[in-house]
Design a protein around this ligand. Structure first.
Ligand code: RUQ
Ligand code: CUA
Length: 704
């Protein structure tokens, strides 16, 4: 018999129905054995509805205690939620274009999605890692991975924007990524799919001979400077997930691998034959020393590094052509294999740094390795064999213990900092709580349904805030109002402050959440940037005051330097554009106030709209195809006179003699003459009316 299961909700596999059955059975069992459950509630496993409600209730105007960053899976974005309320606060686009703010569409942000394969508008984002200092979340950055076209990105948590994306060369599927070392020295990334390295035209049947994996160490401690410091070439398995050590194990990283069978067809059968696969335990300090001592070879590679420049707010692309490669033989004692049953998925390290827990998705136990024993086994050379220069340690020599009968399909484990671990079980759709050291199961709760990852605020650090666990579920079925064939994905919040886990809340998520992180809000709130300083804006087409606005032609390209301020554009009427011109609207938002973006849209633009933050410049490209007069307007309800924030562009035939003008120049002339006479022109009404609708209440003076 082999167990079969699939992630994703597109198909109901037979085994999922089994999972469903088991989940239902678990619920029934839970009820039958008198699990603390108030009959009034609709959700089995939940505490009384009003109790639960009061625990997640955040009063109007009050703030949540935690920020949660949940990956969006196939949507390529990150969702930001407040906990315990589960309220969605923001979507941060990373590897996908985002119509809400023009990310990936505006000229400044398009280069962020540039790769050596071209501009990629959509990728698959699985895992998150918050930056750490001394093993604790520090709130500076969030790292995330692109799974399909291998990349790692940094999100700056002062702006909640993607600030940097690094492509990972010599990788095929960047799943085991990004995991972070305890002082944010490195972000880790591994190949899920082994490939010929360097890429080559070879028969697929040469898999075992020619295909390899890589583990990349990305230097990440300086913003804007991510780079692959070195790669370790490893046997052609599938490297799945990872964790860095902490405390005593902080110089080590642990990667799960499956398919040590090296199957290249029908993996669901052929990669599930061996009893055990491996966790690769890697000492990154040793690798660092080898690289410093010149043991790495420079291999040709082709990858891109895209950085959002802080002052031009424009992404710059750098193409890199080589990478340092180490192997287990050129850098001995840097990597060991820990036999681990069976096709392990997650690898998780407890807050003390002693225990390495594997989620053997087809295993009947949860194996836990001991870091102390691992070191001893290395000293004693307790090796079973050696594979491609990698010593394989004896299972019994490194094993701390096994959690017996955890349920079906253990995937991921998080920790509460109070001596307990929580493991997600995909097939039996539940969370089990067990004790570190004794390995006994102390509690289990059903999840609705098919949990993948789970997350405890700070659960990946040395100091978890063991208050809640969030289940990140793949399937919701009957939990919400139906919405056609595609139903929402969902997270569930459980109270873990007591002995028993208690379900408090279901909340829908954007996309399919894989991993997520949550952090005390205070660590991030204090770092917030409220607007970009106009005086520091170094965009080449910036308009720092209305008098600098204007239009100019360079052959078929028309540049419009445009100012946006409540409640007008300058210029607001443009003539002299011709059919087939490329018109670049460089819109600078002159506001210097929190929460006052302006939008920009023009009829027939085939890119997107813009949303321009205070103090920044964003550019929309527009190529008019027909003569006429086209309206343009602000798309963000910024003030009482937002509807008046509009204008026209006149488009004439090719070769027309209509001169190119933007009307601000006239208005500006008036203002200049008035200023020369010592007269102050009345401030436009919109500028003093204050914001309306969604954008706060504080009016700001017009900085002219
Ligand atoms: S993986 S469950 Cu990327 Cu576990 Cu999602
Ligand atoms: Cu600016 Cu509406």
């Amino acid at each position: 018999m082999h167990l079969q299961f699939r992630r994703g909700s597109a198909t109901m596999s037979l085994s999922h129905r089994t999972g469903w059955f088991i989940a239902t059975a678990t619920v029934a069992a839970t009820l039958a054995y008198g699990y603390a459950c108030t009959p009034a509630t609709k959700s089995p496993g939940a505490i009384g509805a009003s109790d639960a409600a009061s625990k997640v209730y955040v009063a109007p105007g009050a703030h949540d205690e935690f920020y949660a960053f949940l990956s969006g899976g196939f949507n390529g974005q990150v969702g930001v939620y407040g906990l315990p309320s589960g309220r969605l606060l923001k979507i941060i686009p990373v590897f996908s274009q985002f119509a809400e703010n023009g990310y990936g569409y505006s000229e400044e942000t398009k280069p962020m999605l540039e790769t050596t394969f071209g501009n990629i508008p959509w990728d698959d984002l699985h895992h998150t890692a918050l930056s750490q200092t001394n093993g604790e979340d520090d709130g500076r950055w969030l790292f995330v991975n692109a799974n399909n076209t291998p990349r790692v990105a940094r999100v700056d948590l002062s702006t909640f924007e993607t600030s940097e994306i690094l492509q990972i060369p010599n990788s095929g599927g960047n799943h085991g990524s990004p995991y972070i070392t305890s002082n944010s020295e490195y972000v880790l990334a591994s190949t899920r799919f082994s490939v010929p390295i360097p890429q080559a035209d070879v028969p697929i049947s040469d898999f075992a001979k020619k295909f390899k994996g890589t583990i990349s160490f990305v230097k990440a401690d300086q913003p804007g400077k991510m780079d692959v410091s070195f790669q370790l070439l490893v046997p052609g398995y599938n490297y799945d997930l990872a964790r860095a050590g902490k405390g005593p194990s902080k110089d080590w990283v642990f990667f799960t691998s499956y398919n040590s069978e090296q199957a290249y067809e029908k993996l669901e059968v052929n990669a599930s034959k061996a009893d055990k696969d491996f966790i690769a335990a890697i000492n990154w300090r040793t690798l660092e020393t080898c690289a410093k001592d010149g043991k790495a070879e420079n291999w040709p590679a082709d990858y891109m590094h895209n950085v959002m420049d802080e002052f031009t707010r424009t992404a710059q692309v750098e193409r890199k052509q080589s990478v340092k490669v180490l192997t287990p033989t050129t850098c001995p004692n840097s990597i060991y294999f820990l036999p681990t049953p069976k096709s392990p998925h997650g690898a998780d390290v407890d807050p003390s740094g002693e225990y390495i827990v594997a989620g053997g998705k087809l295993a009947t136990v949860i194996p836990v390795h001991s870091f102390t024993k691992l070191q001893q086994a290395i000293k004693d050379q307790a090796f079973e064999t050696t594979i491609e220069g990698i010593p394989v340690l004896k299972y019994e020599a490194i094993l701390a213990g096994e959690v017996k009968d955890p349920g079906l399909g253990p995937l991921h484990t998080e920790f509460d900092g109070k001596g307990y671990a929580y493991t997600s079980l995909f097939i039996s759709s539940e969370i089990v709580k067990w004790k570190l050291g004794t390995w006994e199961i102390v509690d289990r709760v059903p999840t609705y349904y098919s949990i993948g990852h789970l997350m405890i605020p700070g659960g990946a650090t040395t100091k978890p805030a063991g208050k809640y666990v969030v289940a990140l579920n793949k399937i919701t079925k009957d939990r919400y109002l139906p919405t056609g064939p595609e139903l929402t994905q969902s997270a569930q919040l459980y109270d873990i402050s007591g002995d028993k886990m208690k379900l408090l809340l279901d909340f829908p998520t954007t996309g399919e959440p894989h991993y997520g992180n949550a952090i005390e809000a205070a660590k991030i709130e204090k770092l917030q940037k409220k607007f970009f300083t106009l005086a520091e804006n170094r965009h080449p087409q910036v308009t720092k005051a209305e008098r600098e606005a204007g239009v100019s032609r360079n052959g078929k390209v028309v540049h419009v330097r445009m100012a946006a301020i409540r409640s007008h554009f300058a210029p607001d009427n443009i003539e002299g554009v011709q059919v087939g011109d490329t018109v670049l609207f460089h819109v600078t938002n002159l506001e210097q106030d929190w929460d006052i973006p302006h939008g920009f849209a023009i009829q027939g633009a085939t890119t997107s709209e813009l949303l321009v933050m205070p103090g920044e410049t964003r550019t929309l490209r527009w190529v008019p195809k027909q003569i006429g007069v086209y309206p343009m307007y602000c798309t963000d309800f910024c003030s009482a006179l937002h509807q008046e924030m509009s204008g026209y562009v006149r488009v004439s035939p090719v070769g027309s003699n209509v001169p190119l003008v933007g009307n601000t120049l006239k208005a500006q002339g008036q203002a200049a003459r008035a200023a020369a006479r010592g007269v102050t022109l009345p401030t436009p009404p919109g500028a003093v009316t204050g914001a309306a609708h969604a954008h706060g209440t504080a009016p700001s003076p017009t900085p002219r």
